[in-house]
Ligand binder design. Structure first.
Ligand SMILES: Cc1ncc(COP(=O)(O)O)c(C=O)c1O
Length: 368
């Protein structure tokens, strides 16, 4: 009667191997940064400062108003939110050039659904954000990994040559790069764009933590209709739990994303929360300078402890010189501190926390 005995009858659960899963998904591992309830969580590059009280009150008002109409589908075009992002980004951008989704992960997924897919390829310079290959393969496309130079940097010539050689349909440029923190020059982005036959995505998830005088890839958008700059509210905006990411690109490219999004993909509550938070952008971003100073303190102290921190323009630091990363990771875990082993030999990655959290991490590391 049943293909598998139901669990309630004491039957065994099926394993993935028993299911008619797509062949190209077999053997893949899902995203799985540990979520352990430790007192100091510095493992997924969140903003560890909560949303300020007065902003939280205003966001709650917005959500309460949206709730009254929640029997209706939300604005499919999230018009107010797109206006808010255009205002926030500046650079003469208009709402027609903005797209948003549930986290920049979904924004990237929309891009891949529209521009990758079976028979196509996406390309990134490793090590880089671990979701790029997973999102790519989930659309049935192939993922190709390029290489970086000294200290994970990229030069315009080398990057452009690798991209010309691979001729991918989609290029990911993570600027600054996760998990290394490495900045990326606008010259390199422009050279990659010229060498690429397809879409070039500059993932600026951490741009707000870069030096104030550094220029965003948004300045490169005019006359580059295949260029996309993606951002997130998860990091600088302290909004990771709300799941809001966005991008800026040519209006025609935005139209392509309408083909693949689910109808009403951004809930009315998400739209209301993000729109209200954007009205308070300066306050929401108020902690960025403090986080940057904790990041720099972290790098300086790591160096004093004999490790080699890499230059970082983000809210985290990758440091090498770790004899046994798994052992050090466990030692910190046992002291209530969660950081990230990203699989780079002799290296670990740690998010800049509050002053107290940063001290707790540095003290625990020194005591190991
Ligand atoms: C480089 C990069 N891009 C995108 C994301 C996804 O962010 P979210 O989906 O929370 O917007 C992250 C998260 O850590 C990231 O590091």
């Amino acid at each position: 009667m049943y293909p598998f005995p139901p669990r309630s009858m004491g039957g065994m659960s099926a394993s993935l191997d028993d299911l008619p899963l797509r062949d190209d998904l077999r053997g893949l591992t899902p995203y799985g940064a540990p979520q352990a309830p430790l007192p100091v969580a510095l493992n997924v590059n969140e903003n560890t400062h909560p949303v300020p009280e007065d902003v939280a009150d205003d966001i709650l008002d917005g959500i309460a108003r949206a709730l009254r109409d929640v029997n209706r589908y939300p604005d499919r075009e999230f018009t107010s939110l797109r206006e808010g992002f255009a205002d926030y980004l500046g650079h003469g951008l208009t709402p027609e050039q903005i797209w948003a989704a549930n986290g920049s992960n979904e924004v990237l997924q929309h891009l891949l659904q529209a521009f990758a897919g079976p028979g196509r390829t996406a390309f990134g310079f490793g090590p880089t954000y671990s979701m790029y290959p997973l999102l790519t393969r989930a659309t049935g496309a192939e993922y190709v990994t390029g290489t970086r130079g000294v200290d994970y940097t990229l030069t315009p010539e080398d990057a452009a040559a690798q991209v010309a050689d691979a001729a991918p349909d989609v290029v990911f440029l993570c600027a600054p790069n996760n998990p290394t923190g490495t900045p990326l020059s606008l010259e390199t982005i422009a050279a990659v764009y010229d060498a690429a036959p397809g879409i070039v995505i500059v993932d600026e998830a951490y741009q707000e933590f870069a030096p104030r005088e550094s220029r965003s890839a948004l300045t490169l958008l005019p006359d580059r209709e295949r260029l996309v700059v993606s951002r997130t509210m998860s990091k600088a905006f302290a909004f990771a739990g709300a799941r809001v990411g966005y991008l800026a690109a040519d209006p025609a490219l935005i139209d392509a994303l309408r083909l693949v999004r689910l109808p009403y993909h951004l809930s009315a509550l998400t739209q209301a929360a993000a729109t209200a938070a954007l009205r308070h952008a300066p306050t929401m971003l108020g902690m960025v300078d403090e986080i940057v100073s904790q990041r720099d303190r972290m790098s300086a102290t790591l160096e004093a402890l004999g490790y080699q921190p890499y230059e970082s323009w983000t809210n985290f630091v990758l440091f090498s010189g770790v004899d046994d990363p798994a052992h050090t990771w466990q030692g910190l875990y046992d002291r209530g501190i969660l950081i990230r082993d990203v699989g780079i030999p002799h290296a670990l990655r740690v998010t800049a926390g509050t002053e107290q959290e940063t001290s707790a991490f540095l003290d625990a590391l020194a005591s190991l």
